[in-house]
Design a protein around this ligand. Structure first.
Ligand SMILES: Nc1ncnc2c1ncn2[C@@H]1O[C@H](COP(=O)(O)OP(=O)(O)OP(=O)(O)O)[C@@H](O)[C@H]1O
Ligand SMILES: O=C(O)[C@H](O)COP(=O)(O)O
Length: 403
């Protein structure tokens, strides 16, 4: 894989270099609540700008439906990126339209622009190769070369991740190199006991990885929105909790296979539940109740792991040598449901293990709850991406940089 250093050695001065970053940060209205992914993109952008490139940065934010949607605008990200780089970042209000063409066209050597959200264009995420390709052609017209650095999105076969590098000379940026370097260690000589902690809300995306982890991990701890599909698979009532009904049978299969293989599954024994999803904006007090995990009353939804589960999870992490954690244990954005995530983060720090925390929200949670990110072995910007890497899957955004 060609690196950004190789590209810079070949000469980037005066050239338009397209940087596909993952600047998908958590937002509260227009306010960025955690800028970790923006900070992670800085080294690559800085190196290119310092070497006289005209840097065209692009990213997705959230999951808009292929059309402009102001709540997913990257405008606040352009401002923050400018502060971190210590220079103005020209923001294009579209991705391949007049604004993008004009902004890129007027870039000086060493200048940086950020394009509007790639997912405002249906071609970005299309399953149709021709539609994605047509959008990639339009993006390619804005640049002379391509640097892939959005590790958090390399598992997506999207136009800017997969099709665009095929159309331009390409290289991998610093973030991708660092992330792959650390995760590779977890797929090779992993020190045991090896525990994997899974939570979060993208349940359908992430359940599939468990099948693979059963042959790798010694212990799998389940929390967050993922837990309720497991509790249901054990025959328990889960009230109105997040549930992936179509995966219940598959999960029963995982539980049976784990028993055969001697892999320990750790599920919550109690949960913090409420009648309604909390107000994450106002953070007004909600009405949480701690209930047994095997009998969540009808009308209540599980929003965090309970106090007994926190003790159990900390104990299960205490003797591990390696831990990979993706996905918060609860709706940590609201103080009533943050304690499970806090307990797991503390459990990781108290254990002697080499710890990798992966995922936009997981990494943000660790920082927002006041933990020192440097105390963890590695904080990955990729959640789904790091899981699929560990699964051994071919990741479109890495494969595209290889040839
Ligand atoms: N019990 C629950 N019910 C509903 N949502 C939950 C629950 N527990 C956690 N969440 C939500 O999960 C979200 C994070 O999940 P997600 O799977 O996106 O993790 P991630 O670390 O960001 O990984 P990725 O980088 O792949 O997105 C948080 O916003 C949190 O509020
Ligand atoms: O948050 C993430 O995991 C990445 O930014 C990818 O986002 P996606 O799951 O919406 O493709």
């Amino acid at each position: 894989m060609k690196t950004i250093d190789d590209l810079v050695d070949e000469g980037v001065s005066g050239k338009r270099v397209f940087v596909r970053a993952d600047l998908n940060v958590p937002l509260d209205g227009g306010t960025i609540t955690d800028d970790g992914r923006i900070r992670a993109a800085v080294p690559t952008i800085t190196q290119l700008a310092e070497n006289g490139a005209r840097v065209v940065v692009a990213s997705h934010l959230g999951r808009p439906k292929g059309a402009p949607d102001p709540q997913f605008s990257l405008a606040p990200v352009a401002k923050r990126l400018g502060e971190l780089l210590g220079k103005d970042v020209a923001f294009a209000t579209d991705t391949v339209g007049d604004s993008a063409k004009a902004t890129v066209g007027s870039l000086a050597d060493g200048g940086v622009t950020l394009l509007e959200n790639l997912r405002f264009n249906p071609g970005e995420t299309s399953k149709d190769d021709a539609e994605r390709g047509a959008f990639a052609d339009e993006l390619a017209a804005l640049a002379d070369s391509y640097v892939g650095d959005g590790f958090g999105a390399v598992h997506r076969k999207h136009a800017s991740v997969y099709d665009l590098p095929a159309r331009l000379p390409h290289a991998a940026g610093h973030l991708i190199a660092t992330e792959v370097g650390v995760l590779k260690k977890l797929t090779e000589d992993v020190r045991r006991p090896y525990a994997v902690v899974l939570g979060g809300a993208k349940v359908s995306d992430k359940l599939g990885v468990i099948d693979h982890l059963l042959t790798k991990a010694d212990r799998i701890l389940i929390g967050g929105g993922m837990a309720y599909t497991f509790l249901k698979a054990k025959g328990y009532d889960v009230g109105t909790s997040l549930l992936q009904e179509d995966q219940v049978t598959a999960v029963q299969g995982y539980l049976a296979r784990a028993e055969e293989l001697g892999v320990e599954f750790v599920l919550p024994v109690d949960v913090v539940a409420a009648a309604e999803f909390p107000d994450l904006k106002a953070k007004t007090p909600s009405h949480p109740e701690t209930v047994a995990a095997d009998a969540i009353p009808a009308g209540l939804m599980g929003l965090d792991i309970g106090p007994e589960s926190r003790k159990l999870y900390a104990a299960k992490l205490a003797d591990t040598a390696t831990v990979f954690w993706n996905g918060p244990m609860g709706v940590f954005e609201h103080p009533d449901y943050a304690e499970g995530t806090r307990a797991v983060a503390q459990g990781l720090l108290d254990s002697p293990a080499f710890t990798v925390v992966g995922g936009g929200d997981s990494a943000a949670a660790v920082r927002l709850l006041g933990f020192d990110e440097n105390a963890f072995g590695h904080i990955s910007t990729g959640g789904g991406a790091s899981l699929e890497y560990l699964e051994g899957k071919t990741l479109p955004g890495l494969a595209a940089l290889e040839d």
